[in-house]
Design a protein around this ligand. Structure first.
Ligand code: GDP
Ligand code: IMO
Ligand code: MG
Length: 428
C-alpha cells in the first residue's frame, strides 16, 4: 500500500497533472489537498486535452474516488463548470467525487477583493490568478469563512453572506474605491452552483481514515509548487496555502506517519508565472526559445510563463523541505533543440558564493546565478522515448548528473505531454 504525495518542486506547472494521471490507476483514492481554481493541471490522452482546476487529476485514469480535501478553497461556480466538462467527456463523477465538508468556499466577493487588492499594490503586485485564493484563505484563517458543509444549511449560508458583505462594503468603498456589493445578488449568483455540488459534500476525513484502516492506496495531489509555499516560498510572491508535503496532511486529514512516498515533480528547466524573484530566469532569446518549445503559457490565465534554466539550489531546497524520496523529471524533450544546456548550481550574493535559497525576496532577487554547462543533444530527440536506454547519451548524462547532485533518482522521466510519453524507471 502506498500513500504518495505529489508535490511541485519549483514554481508550479511542473507537470503534476500528467504524473498524477499516469500514477492514478494504481491508487484507490486521489486527493487534492490545497489551493483552488488558481491551479491548472493539464492531462493529455487519446487525442484529448483537458485542464483541471479543482477535480483531482485521477478522474479519468482511475476508477477509484477523487476527493477535494479540506485544505482546498472551492469556488462552487468553477467546480460546477468542471463537473460538466468531465461528464461531457463521458466520465461519471457521481459516487466517485467527494468534497470535504471542511473545505472553505470561495464566493464572488473573494474574487473582487483579489482584484482590487492587486490593483492597489501597483508595481508591487503579486500577479495573482485573480481566482480569489488569498482572500478566501484570509476568511478561513480569520474564522469568518463559509465551509462546504455550511452550504447544506441555506439559511445559515445566506445569513453569513449578508453579514460578510455588510462588513466588507465600507472598506470596498473607502479603501479600494470600489463599488458596494449586493449580498442578495451574490446569493442569487451562486445558488444554482451550490445546488449542483451539494450531493458531493461529505466528511472526507472520516472516509479517508476508514480507507487507511483498510490499507487502501492514496495519491495526494498538490497544486502550485514548493517555491510558492506561503511559509517556505519567495514571500510575499507566493500563493496563500502550503503546497509542500506538510500541507498534504493538514489539507486532507491523512497523518504524516501514513505517508510512504513524497514525489517531487520538476521540469528539466524552470518557469514561473506572476511576479517575484527567479534567479535563473532568461529574460531574453533563450527564455523565448524555451517558452516556444515548451508552450509555456499559463493553463489557467493564459499568461506567458517566465522561463529559465534549471535551478539546482532551489530544487535541492525543495527536496529537503518536502522530504522527497522520489523525483519525476518532466519536459526533457523541450531541451531537444538546444546546443548548450545550463544548470544553476550556486548563487553569488554580495560577492559571496552561497548554496542555499535566501528567504527574503529582496535578497533572492539580487543573487547572481552561477552555472554549469552541458552539451545538448541537438539533432537527436527525446520526444516520445519510453525506454531509458533509447535516450541520447548526453540526455542520460544530464539526468544522471542531476540525480547525483540531489542524491535521489528520477522514477519517471517525461518525454511529451501524453500519458504514453513517459519513461518509468525502477520498481514501484
Ligand atoms: P501542472 O500545473 O503541474 O499540472 O502543469 P501544467 O499542466 O500547468 O503545465 C504543464 C504543461 O506541460 C502542460 O501543457 C502539459 O501538457 C505539458 N507537459 C507535461 N509533461 C510534458 C513533457 O514531458 N513534455 C512536454 N513537451 N510537455 C509536457
Ligand atoms: P499549478 O497547480 C503556477 C502563482 C500566481 C501568482 C502567485 C499567487 O497549475 O501549478 P494566487 O492566485 O495563488 O494568489 O497567485 O502564485 N500561481 C501559480 N503559478 N502554477 C500554479 O498552479 C499557480 N497557482 C498560483 O501566478 O504568482
Ligand atoms: Mg498548472
Amino acid at each position: 500500500m502506498s500513500i504518495r504525495v505529489i508535490v511541485g518542486a519549483q514554481w508550479g506547472d511542473e507537470g503534476k497533472g500528467k504524473i498524477v494521471d499516469v500514477l492514478a490507476k494504481e491508487a484507490q483514492h486521489v486527493i487534492r489537498y490545497q489551493g483552488g481554481a488558481n491551479a491548472g493541471h493539464t492531462l493529455k490522452f487519446d487525442d484529448k486535452e483537458v485542464v483541471l482546476h479543482l477535480i483531482p487529476s485521477g478522474i479519468f485514469s482511475s476508477s477509484g474516488t477523487c476527493i477535494i480535501g479540506n485544505g482546498v478553497v472551492v469556488d462552487p461556480i468553477a467546480l460546477q463548470e468542471e463537473i460538466k466538462t468531465v461528464e461531457a467527456m463521458g466520465v461519471e463523477v457521481k459516487d466517485r467525487l467527494f468534497i470535504s465538508d471542511a473545505a472553505h468556499v470561495i464566493l464572488p466577493y473573494h474574487k473582487v477583493l483579489d482584484k482590487v487588492k492587486e490593483t492597489q499594490r501597483g508595481k508591487y503586485a503579486i500577479g495573482t490568478t485573480g481566482r480569489g485564493i488569498g482572500p478566501a484563505y484570509v476568511s478561513k484563517v480569520s474564522r469568518v469563512g463559509l465551509r462546504m458543509g455550511d452550504l447544506l444549511y441555506p439559511e445559515f449560508t445566506k445569513a453569513k453572506i449578508r453579514e460578510v458583505v455588510d462588513e466588507m462594503n465600507p472598506s470596498l468603498e473607502t479603501l479600494y474605491q470600489s463599488e458596494r456589493l449586493d449580498p442578495e445578488a451574490i446569493i442569487a449568483q451562486v445558488e444554482d452552483a451550490v445546488e449542483a455540488i451539494k450531493p458531493y459534500i461529505r466528511n472526507t476525513t472520516h472516509f479517508l481514515h476508514k480507507a487507511l484502516r483498510r490499507q487502501e492506496s492514496m495519491l495526494l495531489e498538490g497544486a502550485q509548487g514548493s517555491m510558492l509555499d506561503v511559509d517556505h516560498g519567495t514571500y510575499p510572491f507566493v500563493t496563500s496555502s502550503s503546497p509542500t508535503s506538510g500541507g498534504a496532511c493538514t489539507g486532507s486529514g491523512v497523518p504524516p506517519t501514513a505517508l510512504t512516498h513524497v514525489m517531487g515533480i520538476t521540469k528539466a528547466y524552470c518557469t514561473r508565472v506572476g511576479n517575484g524573484p527567479f534567479p535563473s530566469e532568461e529574460d531574453n532569446e533563450t527564455g523565448e526559445a524555451l517558452r516556444k518549445a515548451g508552450h509555456e503559457f499559463g493553463a489557467t490565465t493564459g499568461r506567458p510563463r517566465r522561463c529559465g534554466w534549471l535551478d539546482l539550489v532551489a530544487l535541492r531546497y525543495a527536496v529537503e523541505l518536502n522530504g522527497m524520496n522520489e523525483l519525476a523529471l518532466t519536459k526533457l524533450d523541450v531541451l531537444d533543440g538546444f546546443e548548450t544546456i545550463k544548470v544553476c548550481t550556486a548563487y553569488r550574493l554580495d560577492g559571496k558564493e552561497i548554496d542555499f535559497v535566501p528567504l527574503r525576496a529582496d535578497d533572492l532577487s539580487r543573487v547572481e546565478p552561477l552555472y554549469q554547462e552541458f552539451t545538448g543533444w541537438k539533432g537527436q530527440t527525446t520526444r516520445n522515448v519510453t525506454q531509458w536506454d533509447e535516450l541520447p547519451e548526453s540526455a542520460q548524462t544530464y539526468v544522471n548528473w542531476i540525480e547525483e547532485q540531489l542524491g535521489i533518482w528520477f522514477t519517471f522521466v517525461s518525454t511529451g505531454p501524453k500519458r504514453e510519453e513517459t519513461i518509468r524507471r525502477f520498481s514501484k
